[in-house]
Design a protein around this ligand. Structure first.
Ligand code: FES
Length: 157
């Protein structure tokens, strides 16, 4: 169950969109922020707010890589694995961050703090390799720099 204020806010967002689908990502992201991930309950809420079937919401949710249909950590780490970042050591960065966190790529740390995922281009190719932690984008990374960033990000929670 979501608070009435959030429901009203999301209904207003849908009402101001040309089509409900246009607002689907915003609705799913806000519900995800509320629940921590896009739970089955959130899919049902989204379908009611958007006037779409739960299956249509499910299809949209599984299309977008930053919508999570299973529990994730408090902070998401997305390491870009597209061409510029790959060329600048993004693959090794991803593997070494996984080793630092003591998890495999795709997993969540035991303390529930971080989930580590590869992702498509983050639009920061000129500063490759790049990662996003939560909503913050970081470029020109080394493993050492990335580890420092994670320390800072976890202390901000
Ligand atoms: S290729 Fe990594 S940000 Fe574009």
């Amino acid at each position: 169950m979501i608070p009435e204020t959030l429901k009203t806010e999301l209904q207003d967002r849908v009402a101001s969109a040309i089509t409900p689908r246009e607002a689907a990502v915003d609705v799913m992201k806000e519900l995800q922020r509320h629940y921590g991930w896009l739970t089955d309950e959130a899919v049902t809420e989204a379908s009611r707010i958007l006037g779409l079937s739960p299956l249509q919401v499910e299809e949209l949710a599984t299309f977008y890589e930053m919508i999570y249909r299973r529990p994730v950590g408090k902070q998401m780490i997305h390491v870009c694995d597209s061409i510029s970042c790959w060329n600048m050591g993004g693959e090794s960065l991803l593997e070494r961050l996984a080793a630092h966190l003591g998890i495999s790529v795709g997993e969540t740390t035991r303390d529930g703090m971080f989930t580590l995922l590869p992702c498509c281009c983050l639009g920061n190719c000129g500063q490759a390799p790049t990662m996003m932690v939560g909503d913050n984008l970081y470029g020109e990374l080394t493993v050492e720099k990335a580890v420092e960033i994670l320390k800072k990000e976890s202390s901000n929670l």
